[in-house]
Ligand binder design. Sequence first.
Ligand SMILES: NC(=O)c1ccc[n+]([C@@H]2O[C@H](COP(=O)([O-])OP(=O)(O)OC[C@H]3O[C@@H](n4cnc5c(N)ncnc54)[C@H](O)[C@@H]3O)[C@@H](O)[C@H]2O)c1
Length: 670
Amino acid sequence: MDQFSLECLRHGIPIDPLPEYDGKRNVNIVHAPNRLHNLNNYHDKQLAIDNALRYFPCHLHSLLSVEFRNELDQYGHIYMYRFIPKFPIRAYPIDLYPAKCQEAAAIMLMIMNNLDNDVAQFPQELVCYGGNGQVFSNWAQFWLTMKFLSSLECNQTMVLSSGHPLGVFPSLSSSARLLISNGNMVANYSSKELYNRYFALGVTMYGQMTAGSFCYIGPQGIVHGTTITILNAARNQLGTDQLSGKVFVSSGLGGMSGAQPKAGVIAGCISVIAEVSLEALMKRKRQGWLMEVENDLNNLIKRIEKARNDNEIVSIGYHGNVVDLWEKFADYHRKTGKLLIELGSDQTSCHCPFTGGYYPAGIGYEQAKQMLENDSEEFRKLCQKSLVRQVAAINYLAEQGMYFWDYGNAFLLEAYRAGADLNPTETSYGIKFKYPSYVQDIMGDVFSLGFGPFRWICTSGDAKDLQISDRIALDIMTKLSMDPDLDKESKRHYQDNIKWIENADKHQLVVGSQARILYSNHDGRVAIARAFNQAIRDGKITRPIVISRDHHDVSGADSPYRETSNIYDGSAYTADMAILTAMGNATRGATWIALHNGGGVGFGEAQNCGFGLVLDGRSETEEKAANILFWDVTNGVARRSWSGNSNALKTIEKIQTKNTNIQVAKNHLH
Ligand SMILES: NC(=O)c1ccc[n+]([C@@H]2O[C@H](COP(=O)([O-])OP(=O)(O)OC[C@H]3O[C@@H](n4cnc5c(N)ncnc54)[C@H](O)[C@@H]3O)[C@@H](O)[C@H]2O)c1
């Protein structure tokens, strides 16, 4: 791809001439399930079409309105397929973008990465991951955003409102270059049902976490998180981090869930993951992220027994419904008295269970897809019955000693709503289920220590820059891990991440942009960012680095069944932390800031935020990085300490002793 080809990004929506379009979708690309909505009458549909036509001059309206009506009728949403770019979308090196300022070019690179065919789950529907995590709502928004970014000056800020590029406004050179709000609703209208309507109208959009904030780095982020989760689940629940011969069972080989077998291998266990879609399963197999495939449950059991006996490290994909898999394990135990599983979870897309996120047992995958289109109510009922069956089998196995956790995909919440036996207890701080969210038992106390998913992207696109940055991060983490003041738990997290970063290159985790992730506390994040900036200034790293994080972090998400499920003062249902985090990052000059409704657990169930900062070697940028990263972590630790979390209480005390310019309200109960 030469510079000339990307020049088209400067010109906005291609309308002169209009791109050729035969009205058909590309059958060689996987498409999103048809979206459900209740725009049933003429006026509702016309409003959606008119909303879409706003992007085009009047002389095109008669032609496009027919196309848009067809898309709405056939696919449940107006994506504007005619305007899918003809060139391959990917994270081209930063110098190739037609931009006036480097920060804008970096944002363009991040957008392109999120829509890369190899990265995005349903690229033509602009879905990055999680079934419905939109980068934009339609292709007109992509083109217009790129045009605005091409002309963006270093004293302007662009605004994106649920995918719609509202415009570019004057600001300061030290201000953010981009502000993003996705899916935020007036509180009483923040329901999944209403979301379907407003998404179809084209006025809101579900940005998941890093989809709509342009900070997705392919499945690497989740490989890391899942590895750490499995390791810590084993430590906390099995009392060991030696996982050889131990079995982890889950479901989903999709966008994020597809990381599970790879993470299982890195953690050193036997992982068995069910997936109904052969396409999704084979994609992971081809990528080398899944080692073996089995579709016969009896053979699968034999294979697991052998792997257990031989202490193998192996990942096996079961092609079939996870409900059948759990029931098979339960039957096997009833007959033999043998428990084949130590650790269990689920990663179907239960944040949108009845629109294609969760497939019911008892009918085939293709048949289920047809049912979803033709009889969505029956589909919902079957899904609910399946969830109840799945929990019944899990309950039986958990009684025999398996440890099960909710993986932040709203599995327990939806199973509970479906009537599954989850022994819900109303506590003064909210509903508690039989099983914990992984944040409660496994990850929450990691967040309370300030550890969370820091990530960076080398905008040169050069793998050598990434290797140099890995080395820098490794040196810093190693040095910090030797601090005699460090508590035992933080030291262990540093050590886990040192091991991760030492082997990251070897595990070939890059899909899309040259990116890396690790978990660190504020000290590590600040020190690594400073060192990267210095390396860019010295020319050791050739082009800028974008630093960012998953929204799933210490302070990035208010989500009562996930990130804040271990907040027990009743404030788990409030969303002030994510909003304040975003405001604080904007104040400190992050390059872009995003505030989202939804995330992994579903629309209306969480509030989350993210940011990106372009490190360009300047000393002002280093100052910004230090300030942003310190705030971004410590405000979450402060909130967690106020709620009474013991790790957070200790951590914030220590932070205040070392840094005299931070003062946090003392929790006198602890
Ligand atoms: N805990 C975390 O850190 C975390 C991170 C990312 C995503 N999530 C959540 O995990 C879920 C999965 O994310 P994703 O990006 O992989 O979504 P996805 O939709 O790409 O993948 C889910 C997969 O599950 C399969 N599936 C659905 N029902 C099934 C069934 N009954 N049996 C077997 N397979 C079935 C689907 O075919 C699909 O491939 C989402 O709800 C997401 O929000 C959690």
